[in-house]
Design a binder for this molecule. Structure first.
Ligand code: NAP
Length: 295
């Protein structure tokens, strides 16, 4: 079996088009313009690219955006003061602090200072807690994007054996929680693997849907999956540069070999990445609607 490729660029584009129409409607009907503030501290090249992309997405969709590029020497107090100002700013409905932050700043202190109603990244404990108990909340963007990839590709999750490799707070744990909920597009039997898992292949071979967020190239090889599996590769690993100086990106899955056994698989790049960005836009619109009392 050769897998069909789940095209994250195409699905994200469909979602962006839906969101663009919704934004036009919000402006025309209610005079409401969703607003997103992005904060970047320091000069991490990958973070600079991510923030630039998010700002471009906002502008393309008609979302008002404010971008704050702060020097790496910014103190935690200064950063918290900016978050506080943005918490109070009625034009800003969503606040995104790009992580990682420089070492002298405690990430959790800053992320938890964001008003949960403006936490469009879905990293605040209030939103993660609501996710766990199945209440409406901002879903973290990458896990939500993964769920949307499955739903919009017509992949049934109900009753499926889902195996997640990785248990980070931003991908592994929330995606496991989302797919565990007794809801449409979820309701799966979920197993989570990590570095202390005794026999990872034992679990991955049982998976109907395998989600890999380990940050290790070729963590999953063809002998670790069953025929007909659906594979969502979240990993983004930079393994070198092209002759023109561009990063060479690979996922966590041995794509060439695994696609010969899988029913469907996401590529890297062009799989989960674009969905993460689309879900941030979706959360920002949700935040604006909530602030205006429209939800
Ligand atoms: P992370 O915080 O480093 O967590 C990695 C997780 O994988 C940990 O739970 C770790 O286990 C587990 N792990 C590592 N190697 C493993 C192995 N060989 N077998 C089993 N488990 C293993 O990473 P993350 O933030 O979740 O990100 C994971 C990957 O996704 C990275 O490549 C990242 O760049 C990418 N990512 C992509 C997007 C996107 O939009 N496409 C968004 C976020 C992240 P322990 O807990 O035991 O250490």
């Amino acid at each position: 079996m050769t897998a069909s490729i789940i095209n994250g660029n195409e699905i994200a584009q469909q979602i962006r088009e839906e969101l663009r129409r919704e934004i036009v409607n919000l402006k025309e009907t209610y005079g409401l313009v969703p607003g997103l503030a992005t904060i970047l501290v320091g000069e991490d090249p990958a973070s600079q690219i991510y923030v630039r992309q998010k700002e471009k997405d906002s502008q393309t969709l008609g979302i008002y955006s404010e971008r704050y590029d702060l020097p790496a020497s910014t103190s935690e107090t200064e950063l918290l003061a900016l978050v506080d100002r943005l918490n109070q700013n009625p034009k800003i409905h969503g606040i995104l602090v790009q992580i990682p932050l420089p070492q002298h700043i405690t990430e959790s202190t800053v992320l938890y200072a964001i008003n949960p109603d403006k936490d469009v990244d879905g990293f605040h404990p209030v939103n993660l807690g609501k996710l766990m108990i199945g209440e409406p909340c901002y879903l973290p963007c990458t896990p939500h994007g993964i769920q949307q990839l499955l739903v919009r590709s017509g992949i049934e999750t109900e009753g499926a054996e889902v195996v997640v490799v990785g248990r980070s707070n931003i991908v592994g744990k929330p995606v496991a929680n989302i797919l565990l909920q007794k809801k449409k597009g979820a309701n799966a039997t979920v197993t989570v693997c990590h570095t202390a898992t005794r026999d990872i292949a034992f679990h991955t071979k049982r998976a109907d849907i395998l989600i890999v967020a380990a940050g290790r190239p070729k963590a999953i090889t063809a002998d670790m999956v069953k025929e007909g599996v659906v594979v969502i590769d979240v990993g983004i690993n930079r393994i070198g540069k092209t002759t023109s100086g561009k990063d060479i990106l690979v996922g966590d899955v041995d794509f060439a070999a695994v696609k010969e056994k899988a029913r469907a698989i996401t590529p890297v790049p062009g799989g989960v990445g674009p969905m993460t960005r689309a879900m941030l836009m979706l959360n920002t619109i949700q935040a604006a609607k909530m602030a205006a009392g429209l939800t």
